[in-house]
Design a protein around this ligand. Structure first.
Ligand code: MLT
Length: 391
């Protein structure tokens, strides 16, 4: 058998490699605590599970669902958007159901990119952006998220010849992996830049509901006129503990939503209608569920930041998402640091270099293990893991 040459260039998916490492260590008898993947440990809310149970029996959901998502789901998204962001979306033209936002991000690259075209991706950034652009035949240009600017990029650093060839700019706030949260003022700059350069912005808002210290994250679609230049991807995975359910949506820019929807009609047949019915239940009760999740992750964030600071780490608490992005001590690289922590303490963290070259020098800790396991991981790290020694 011969594989496509693009497959030869496709590295193993970061989180699949981490899973393999965890399995190997467990098989060798290590009691591994994985802070590797952002996979919420809390169960999906009971009312959402109940909505699935009831809807699963309805014959209307046993045939193909509508390609663009059920009307009930798209209307629930529109209600959520008005309540949460004060933005009115047309459920017919501006909302599309996704099999999780990862799928939408990757397929959008296929809809927009072609040889010679450039996509600007954040560095560090969720690995799917760059992989999808390269698979679609486009070129990746990495835009550094500057720690000194709160992990926001400086758009003026994008050279004019890159901007001239750019079709797509990926952004993601609250940010994976850094935990940074963007302000509406930043999104205003992004929209102005995108308009000036005729570039589609794809804002990945998978963590929109997880922010701390009572500072809700804005949507880029709150910027007046943003729907002319931006599509936003949302997910129920992280906010509602639903990673296994595979449900999210794309919204905003009507032509981009239409193109993504049209592409998807050729590739998949949508999301099981009963899952969409359960998602309606989640979205209509979003505030009570996500308030609880924000409190939980804020508590865990504070424990991690305090423990790492007590070991010498220079850390600012992240404003959102479910991660702590920590520098590795001088003299270490991120893969070596993660391997040593696993070997000495049985604790898995994600090497920052997996998020792009600017992620080198960092590791990411996910806050998605129960409190007692998180405390155990931190205690083991303190007892036998590396410490932070500035030079
Ligand atoms: C993460 O941990 O960054 C993601 O949830 C993993 C993924 O989406 O594959």
């Amino acid at each position: 058998m011969r594989l496509a040459s693009r497959m030869q260039r496709l590295p193993p998916y970061l989180f699949a490699s981490i899973d393999r490492r965890v399995e190997q260590a467990r098989a060798a008898g290590v009691d591994v605590i994985s802070l590797g993947i952002g996979d919420p440990d809390e169960p999906t809310p009971a009312a959402v599970v109940e909505a699935l149970r009831q809807s699963a029996g309805l014959a209307e959901h046993h045939r193909y669902p509508p390609y663009q998502g059920t009307r009930a789901f798209r209307e629930a998204v529109a209600r959520f958007f008005v309540r949460r962001f004060g933005v009115a979306l047309d459920p017919d033209r501006e909302v599309l159901a996704l099999i999780g936002s990862k799928e939408g991000l990757a397929h959008l690259a296929w809809a927009v990119m072609e040889p010679g075209a450039v996509a600007i991706v954040p560095d560090p950034g969720y690995p799917v952006y760059a992989a999808a652009v390269e698979l679609a035949g486009g070129e990746v240009w990495r835009l550094r998220l500057d720690p000194d600017r709160g992990h926001l990029p400086d758009l003026d650093r994008i050279p004019s010849e890159v901007a001239a060839r750019a079709r797509l700019l990926f952004l993601n706030y609250p940010n994976n992996p850094t935990g940074a949260v963007a302000s509406l003022a930043f999104f205003e700059q992004v929209v102005a830049w995108a308009r000036a350069h005729d570039v589609l912005v794809c804002h990945d808002a998978a963590y929109s509901e997880i922010t701390f210290d009572d500072r809700p994250a804005p949507s880029i679609l709150q910027v007046p006129g943003a729907g002319d230049v931006a599509i936003e991807m949302h997910s129920l995975s992280k906010s509602f503990n639903m990673t296994g359910w595979r449900i999210g949506w794309a919204c905003g820019h009507p032509e981009a939503v239409e193109a993504l929807g049209r592409l998807k009609t050729h590739l998949d047949s949508g999301v099981f209608g009963a899952i969409q019915a359960a998602a309606v239940e989640a979205l209509d009760h979003q505030e009570e569920v996500t308030r609880r999740m924000r409190r939980l992750y804020q508590r865990r964030r504070d424990r991690v930041v305090e423990a790492l600071r007590s070991m010498g780490w220079p850390l600012e608490p992240p404003g959102g998402a479910i991660y702590v992005w920590a520098p590795v001590p001088p003299g270490w690289d991120s893969i070596g640091f993660a391997a040593t922590l696993l070997e000495r303490a049985g604790v898995v963290v994600t090497p920052g270099v997996g998020y792009g070259p600017a992620g080198e020098g960092y590791v990411r800790l996910s806050l998605t293990v129960p409190d007692d396991r998180l405390d155990e991981a931190l205690a083991r790290w303190k007892a036998s893991g590396p410490r932070y020694h500035p030079t």
